[in-house]
Design a protein around this ligand. Structure first.
Ligand code: MRU
Length: 368
């Protein structure tokens, strides 16, 4: 298990690693209020779909633990907590894990209605802690299911090691530990199935070069960094030599037909993978699945500020473009289901059906 932790928590205390400072500096911010949780998420000091949901849930849990909540009747207390959750929901729009966590927390506090203020707050805190703990178990299962799928469909084994490419950061830093797509890579490595991991730089925020490269090196996984624009050349010139068998990415939102929103640049990798006969795997906990939205056209894609493209930040900000240029900076794109071979969740691997879409009723009968 990796010692890298995006989130450190004990009841009443939450510390969140400032990922903007990585890989140069390791600094944890204390997050004690809903505003601090909101700010951490919106400024991307913490990022990654599961980690966003965890910090929002635990941030409010710490606030409720350490401060007495206004309101006397149970209805007033529930309304106060709902209001705080609705506020946190606005911190970033694309990842559905946050919405799913909020719905779960709202449902849980209602089970304590009629038992008094303390019971409602206690129910909230315990549910937020469960969300945090369950994420780690989910990621370990995703790792196992992903490795099994690659064994069955790509012949991965210690005698037939495979290489993979991943995009963005989906590791311990994006979750409560182990990771999703990077979790599969960790599991492949631990089983002796992995030859080499390639990671993309992931412009414009460089989650690949700053975070994934850091995690891969930290774990001693044989790995190589490329820029996003090198993927086609990598597949064309190095696929055979390295036995590149799969692109493995995470997800911010997988909708009902399997269309998947993930870090900008994912879609082009899926198109390239198809062209080069490389499997394309989405690794995501079921908390990243949104059955309310039918297709990718219904997903709201976050657009971020122009300076992320026109400047690089460090000790000082350096201009990398004429500051007057118009900029389009979507943080995510949607990969149509037709380009995805399998969605690996903690409940198993779901392959695309003959109609070209995914049927998640097999793993989520209760939500279908
Ligand atoms: O903008 P980010 O860094 O939050 O984007 C992260 C991603 O796109 C990840 O692939 C996704 O959230 C899954 S993390 C397990």
């Amino acid at each position: 298990m990796s010692l890298l932790q995006a989130v450190k928590y004990q009841r009443g205390k939450l510390e969140v690693l400032d990922q903007l400072l990585l890989p140069h500096e390791f600094h944890y911010d204390t997050v004690s209020t809903r505003q601090e949780a909101f700010d951490s998420i919106a400024t991307m000091r913490v990022r990654g779909a599961p980690a966003i949901a965890i910090v929002a849930s635990l941030g409010l849990a710490v606030e409720l633990h350490n401060n007495s909540i206004a309101g006397t009747s149970d209805g007033e207390v529930i309304a106060q907590i709902d209001e705080a959750l609705d506020y946190l929901k606005e911190s970033r729009p694309t990842a559905v894990d946050l919405t799913n966590a909020i719905n779960q927390l709202k449902a849980t506090i209602r089970t304590a209605e009629g038992k008094g203020k303390d019971a409602i707050v206690q129910a909230f805190i315990e549910e937020a802690e469960r969300i945090f703990e369950k994420d780690l178990q989910s990621n370990l299962s995703i790792g196992e299911h992903g490795a099994q799928w690659l064994q069955a469909r790509a012949g991965a084994s210690p005698d037939h090691k495979i290489s993979v490419l991943t995009h963005c950061n989906t590791g311990a830093l994006a979750t409560s530990g182990h990771g999703t797509a990077l979790g599969i890579i960790r599991t492949l490595q631990s089983k002796g199935y992995l030859k080499h991991a390639f990671c993309t730089e992931t412009r414009p925020y460089n989650q690949g070069s700053r975070l994934t490269a850091f995690e891969l090196v930290h774990e001693g996984i044989p790995s190589t960094l490329i820029t996003d624009s090198m993927a086609a050349a990598l597949f064309r010139t190095k696929k055979a030599e390295n036995n590149i068998a799969a692109v493995i990415v995470g997800a911010d939102r997988v909708v009902r037909n399997g269309d998947t929103a993930n870090k900008i640049g994912t879609y082009q990798l899926a198109v390239l993978a198809k062209h080069h006969g490389i499997k394309f795997i989405v690794a995501a906990p079921t908390t990243s699945i949104d059955l309310e939205t039918e297709t990718g056209d219904g997903i709201k894609i976050e657009e971020r500020k122009r300076e992320e493209l026109t400047q690089i930040s460090g000790a000082v900000r350096v201009a990398t473009a004429d500051q007057r240029i118009d900029v389009w900076n979507p943080a995510f794109d949607v990969t149509p289901a037709e380009f995805i071979d399998v969605v690996v969740t903690e409940k198993g691997a779901v392959e695309k059906g003959p109609d070209g879409t995914f049927d998640f009723s097999q793993i989520l009968p209760e939500r279908w």
